[in-house]
Every structure is written in structure tokens, then in C-alpha cells.
Write a protein that binds this ligand. Sequence first.
Ligand code: BES
Ligand code: ZN
Length: 468
Amino acid sequence: MRPEEKLGRELPRYREELFDFLRIPSISAQPSHQDDVRRAAAWIREDLERTGFAAELVETEGHPVVLGEWRGAGPEAPTLLIYGHYDVQPPEPLPEWDSPPFEPSLRNGRIHARGATDDKGQVFLHLKALEAMLRDGGSLPVNVVTLFEGEEEVGSVHLLPVVERLRDRLACDAVVISDSNMYAPGIPSLLLSLRGLAYFELRVRGPARDLHSGTYGGAVVNPAGALARILSSLHDDRGQIAVPGLYDDVVEWDEETRDAIRTLPFDEAAYRRECGAEALGGEEGFSTLERSWIRPACDVNGIASGYTGEGAKTVLPATAMAKVSFRLVPDQDPERVGQLFRRHVANVAPPGVRVEVVELHGGHPWRARPEGAFFEAARSALRQGFGELPVLTGEGGSIPIVPAFEEVLGAQVVLLGFGLPGSNMHAPNEWFPEAHVEKGIRTLIHFYREAGKAPLRGPRGKDPAPRS
Ligand code: BES
Ligand code: ZN
């Protein structure tokens, strides 16, 4: 039976299984969910084994990595590495959800659940495309290695050593990742870039303990006020980041790429509605898409100090803290940005408080090479699955391990995502379009088939060699 027919027949079961997978609260950031994260890893391992993979959990100091291998295509065939993550972001704030985050619910053609798009739903598409091709005596024209991690949402801190240690088993011709969105409903996309990340916690300490703000206010420096001054120094009036040196390594994109971005259909009002924001803002001289795809950004992700409960309390707080992250573009380097940020904070912090900058995590930016057999295979597969050729887009989010795949494995990375804009990744009411379960699996089946026709890669680091 052709994989497509199998898909048609098994779709109701696939949907049940997807819901089972989404029910596991694999929240990597919360230690109380450690067992659940492991349960999600085991779920994938068992699924891969049923499909015919050799699969194992690779232990790390954090959550395990699920490594799967199917090498039935033989040494003459190309090898694909499929990467994804089975961990999810915390679902809070819970009252904002219309249905519980870990009880998947189908409403208006949308599967609502934490992880539905980011990234369990999309990992699942790969698992079922592989199953449709391999189960019951099927075959694949490519060898497949799968690498699913449980720490992407907390910075992939333990994955790099695993990739380095297992580089021989992970050797491949291309890496394929589905952890992003299409450009718009009906318009698939292939990613040209990802931004990097440099994430910090700012801790401001003033007096040894909270003080009466009447007795001491005006005479003792207030940490919350000091923090506000530091945070307000991060941008200038033209929307640029005001940390000296921050733009030194920023590569200006070529006019051709900027033109391509400008010609994408873009409805500013619809974008505003999608965010529920009254007005947009950012760096002068750049469009909204450019601001979020190819320019650096600096955001306060969280802030806390003093009394925030009901009513009034006259207090001069002893401490204040904020979480601050920078999104980076080529060729910015998270370490260098850290140095610049520390220096800037030390310069602008008012006397009378102590300020500490704690590094949380980081990742390098990435820019694609949008060419070659695997890229073409993805183009053709997306047309097959969605009836349209993909547009080339950037992405403002980060997938920290991506640059390492190119550096350590010397493989091309292809990012084809199946979510839709507004899918509420990281937010309440995350959803995935139900129709994209079938379309996504169909696309991937086609992609694996097409990838089987790609020329083999030469020795590591060299250009692809023609297949003999
Ligand atoms: N799936 C996202 C990356 C992404 C976001 C792709 C938006 C396309 C659109 C990924 O899971 C993610 O959220 N990454 C984090 C990385 C961080 C925690 C190191 C991010 O971008 O914040
Ligand atoms: Zn995410």
C-alpha cells in the first residue's frame, strides 16, 4: 500500500496518538515536571521502535535526547537528520486558556494544546510520515537519524556536547527541522534565517532590607527606580538599541533579499490585530518584517520589585530584578553582546545600588544557504502538500542548536514549518491547524522521497560529491 493511502486510512488513529502525546505536560523549565518530560521522550522512543527504528534515550545532565536510527537505505543513499524538540513552554497564565493546556481540544479546525505547534505537533508529523513509509514492509530512499531533545525551550544547554560526542552517528547530508510557521494560511515558507539570543537577568540591590518609604524615601537610592533607569537606557529615540558597540557586527542584508521581503504580501493592520496591539514600533528605517527578522532587538521579558499586591504599601524595596534578552542577527555573537551589555549596565547604573548581570542562555544567529538538492526537495514537497511553492522568509525566533549542525556536522539545514502565524506559541491557547496534520505528513512523505534523489555529500566539510 502506498504511504499516502496508509495515511488516509490511519489518520483517525494518528489524531488519537497526537492527542495522547500532547497530553504529556513535558514542561522542561519546571523541575516538578521532570518525570513528564522523560515520559514524552519514552513516548517518542516507543513510537520510533514500532516504526522500525533502533531508538534509545541518550542521557544528559538535563533531560534526555531521543536518538533514532534507520539505515535501511544503505551506504549509497543520502542520510537525513530530523531534529525537533519534545519539551514545551510553561502554560502559565492558566486562567487565560479557553481549554486546559494539556487536554487537547479540537475547535473550529484548530487543535488547542500547549506544544500543538511548538514543537510536539510538528515532531509528530515526522514520526507519522516515517511510519506511513516504513511500517508493514515499506521503505525509504534515505537513511534517517532522528534527534529529539527535551531542552530547546530552556536554551538547549546540554545538546551541543551530545552532538559533538555523537558526531559520527549523527553524520548526515542534511538536517531537516519543522519548528516554525508558514508565512500565511495557504502560503508555505522555507526559512532564510533565525535570530540568535543572548538572555540575562539583571539583579539590583539597594538597602539591606525593605525600608519605610516615608522615613527613608528621597535619601536612599531606590533599586526599582535604578532598574527603571537602566532599562530606559537600552533604546534611543529612533528605536535603536543604545548599548554602545551593539551594531558593530550586524550585517546589512543585500538589497535583493530586502526587496524580496518587501514584496511579500503583508497587511500591517492584520498583524496588529493578530498581536492585539494598538500601534507597532521599532527601529526607524525598517519595515515590520525587517525589524523582526533581520534586525537585532532588545526586550524586557520580566520585571519585579517592591509591593505588587492589592492596595498601597509605602515601601522602599531592597531589590529589583528584570529579565532582558537580545535577539541577534548575523554576525552578532552572544558572548560579545554579553560583554557590551555588562559594560553598558555598569556605566549607566546610578551610584548607591549594586547591579549584577547574570547570564541565562544564548544562541548564535543563523542564515540559510537557500540552494541545493535538499532545498529543492523541500520546495517541491511543500508545493505537493499545500498546492503552492513556498516563499522565502526570515524568522525572529531562535533554535539555538541550528548553527552547530552546520559547524559540527557540516550539513545543510532546511527549515520547513507547518504552524500558522498567530498560533500562540509560548502563549495561552496555542493551537495547530487540524488540516495541517494530513497536509504536513503528506509534504514530509514527499520530501523524504525527493531527498532520496539528492547527490551524496563528500568528505566532511567538502562540497557535495556527485553520486557514483
Ligand atoms: N519554535 C521556536 C522557534 C520559533 C519561534 C520558530 C517562532 C518560529 C517562530 C522555539 O521553540 C523557541 O521558542 N525557541 C526559543 C529559544 C530560546 C528558549 C533559547 C526562542 O526563540 O525564544
Ligand atoms: Zn518554543
